[in-house]
Write a protein that binds this ligand. Structure first.
Ligand SMILES: [Cu+2]
Length: 155
């Protein structure tokens, strides 16, 4: 009986420890970005630690408009290439399922496009990004990139 209680105590302590470490390390390896019906992200800057095995961006569409009218996603590219990509690659005929983008090695990471009330997550492998390089995250829904964008760096 006593050993049962001890095992239970050890398991409880272990669970507490795991929950605690998730809280401490997890906080730095994820960010929540909310997009709105007013075509805005609430986050303008994302910093990724090299220590993260993976980094997760949770995109929440806090508005009500459907994806076809006010869809939002998160696309990550090198800042130096962003303008070229935004002005030449975003096309209606590429389709909403592809974020209106063609296949391109310049598009490093890309989330699903979501509408109001929906959310999606984008997992980033930090080893695919370089410290010191300026990256931009933006929404590739036609017309959104001029406003819906922010800086992303790896520290
Ligand atoms: Cu958008």
């Amino acid at each position: 009986m006593r050993s049962m209680i001890r095992i239970k105590f050890v398991l409880t302590s272990l669970a507490a420890l795991l929950a605690c470490s998730t809280l401490v390390f997890g906080a730095d390896c994820q960010v929540k970005v909310t997009g709105s019906d007013a075509m805005q992200y609430d986050v303008k800057k994302i910093e990724i630690s090299k220590d993260c095995d993976k980094f997760t961006i949770e995109l929440v569409h806090g508005g009500q408009l459907p994806a076809a009218a006010m869809g939002h996603n998160v696309v990550i590219v090198e800042t130096a290439k962003m303008m070229g990509i935004a002005t030449t690659m975003i096309k209606m005929e590429n389709g909403i399922d592809n974020g209106f983008l063609p296949e391109s090695s310049d598009i490093l990471f890309q989330s699903k496009m979501v509408g109001g009330g929906e959310s999606t997550t984008l997992e980033i492998d930090p080893t695919k990004l370089t410290s010191g390089t300026a990256y931009t995250f933006f929404c590739s829904f036609p017309g959104h990139w001029a406003i819906m964008k922010g800086d992303l760096t790896v520290l």
